[in-house]
Design a protein around this ligand. Structure first.
Ligand SMILES: Cc1ncc(COP(=O)(O)O)c(C=O)c1O
Ligand SMILES: N[C@@H](CCCC[NH3+])C(=O)O
Length: 432
């Protein structure tokens, strides 16, 4: 399958109606560029799918995939909720004037301060993960003489087909209350007995970059069966069934994911069928897509620097970024594709390793990348880098993180400025 990108009349890669070479020239490289209309389209496709199914729902953008003020504003404009996993993400959402009622707060080790911040800000939903958190939250709510809407995060015992580092639903997971051992039912009884909690429902998330619907269907069945049991045993009527995120995207031509809205239809149908057979009231379905919303919309633009030929092996073509702006290849052996921005469809003449500039042998962005002849200064665009790229970026080797540009209808706007050398020492304190 042909990679998904647009070429303009000059024959250059075009992102959000902007020429990629012009973007690299104006904003320098490495540069992260988002085609904002792609982000909007994904939200709109998911909304349309839910609306056609005629059920109550919430689309909660999992903002760990890319959390910035501008992105929160786009999510708000597209009528999405967001989920946050730290005080820092929550603070960013506050700066974006994101409605606090439309935020879910996640995390397996939320601190006392973070929980207090969530309560003070009247965050709409706290996704309670463990017994320690229940205790802390009870104390905070008592002290504030207030209540909180909560979901219980359940570990449903499903091993999704994905990299083990990004599986989260298996019984041996650091996240959530285990279902099989009875932990989840124990947690439910505690929160139901405390009037400070408005227990709205349950949550699970089985993992990320998942292509097969079977894991989600299984998840839906297990969670609905759990709700039916809990209704019979504890009289608990859930209003919300949050199925988490995890829809996979296409990084390379070998990937053939379903469109997120197609995956969603399967999931909705599985919930509807399970609810009908369990004879419980249909809860609102909440989903938390991160990668599927921002991944395909993001491009990383790099300039080619050096080249090293190794006799008999693929050459190293090194660019001006690498593991500092995209750790995923080094961390998960994640695969990507890249094109030459000035002529994405130029016939290829070589297969090379696209290497980063960081001081690590493992800093290879792409192995076996087919490329035409490239020269120093050429702009290479890595595709589908919008999820967990910038958000996991670091200052390793004291490289500044790239700027981020939103491109839409031919207009490009910096939404995160490039870090300067001065930024890099801004937190340092002299010891002389
Ligand atoms: C609780 C939760 N929800 C949603 C997501 C988003 O997942 P994805 O980006 O794969 O859609 C994650 C990350 O895996 C998560 O941990
Ligand atoms: N950061 C991971 C996904 C983890 C999602 C968070 N639970 C990735 O890049 O694929």
């Amino acid at each position: 399958m042909q990679a998904d990108y647009t070429i303009n009349t000059a024959g250059h890669l075009s992102i959000g109606g902007c020429d990629a070479l012009a973007l690299a020239q104006e904003f320098k490289t490495p540069l992260v560029v988002y085609d904002v209309s792609k982000i909007r389209q994904t939200f709109q496709d998911l909304h349309a799918t839910f609306e056609a199914a005629q059920i109550d729902y919430v689309i909660s953008y999992a903002s760990k995939a890319f959390a910035t003020i501008a992105m929160y504003q786009v999510a708000k404009q597209e009528h999405a909720h967001i989920d946050v996993v730290s005080g820092g993400e929550l603070f960013t959402a506050m700066q974006a004037n994101f409605p606090m009622a439309n935020i879910s707060f996640h995390g397996n080790n939320k601190s006392y301060e973070e929980l207090t911040m969530a309560v003070d800000q009247e965050v709409g939903m706290i996704v309670v993960d463990n017994f320690t958190e229940i205790k802390m939250l009870q104390e905070i709510l008592r002290n504030h003489a207030t209540t909180a809407n909560i979901l219980l995060r359940i570990t449903p015992g499903i091993s999704a087909h994905t990299h083990e580092y990004i599986q989260t639903g298996q019984a041996d997971s650091k996240f959530g209350f285990d279902l099989a051992s009875g932990q989840a039912a124990e947690a439910l009884q505690i929160v139901l007995a405390d009037e400070h909690f408005k227990v709205c429902g349950i949550h699970a998330h089985i993992g990320s970059q998942i292509f097969e619907s079977t894991g989600f269907v299984e998840e839906a069945k297990i969670l609905v069966a759990t709700l039916a049991n809990w209704q019979a045993e504890y009289g608990f009527n859930a209003q919300v069934l949050n199925l988490g995120g995890g829809f996979g995207i296409r990084y390379t031509q070998d990937d053939e994911p379903k469109a997120p809205q197609d995956m969603l239809i399967t999931v909705i149908n599985a919930v509807k069928a399970a609810v009908a057979s369990a004879q419980i009231k249909m809860p609102a379905i909440w989903i938390e897509p991160g990668r599927a919303v921002v991944g395909p919309a993001g491009y990383s633009l790099y300039r080619v620097g050096t080249r090293k030929d190794v006799p008999g092996i693929e050459a190293y073509i090194t660019v001006d970024g690498g593991m500092g702006d995209n750790i995923r290849p080094a961390l998960y052996q994640a695969e990507y594709e890249a094109v030459l921005a000035k002529n994405p469809q130029a016939p290829t003449t070589q297969t090379a390793r696209l290497a980063g500039k960081y001081c690590e042998s493992g800093d290879i962005l792409i192995e076996h990348q087919a490329l035409p002849d490239v020269e120093q200064g050429d702009v290479i665009a890595m595709l589908a880098t919008g999820a967990y790229g910038y958000s996991m970026a670091s200052n390793y080797n004291r490289n500044g993180r790239p700027a981020v540009v939103f491109a839409e209808n031919g207009i490009a706007k910096v939404v995160v400025r490039r870090e300067t050398y001065q930024d890099l020492v801004a937190l340092d304190v002299s010891y002389e």
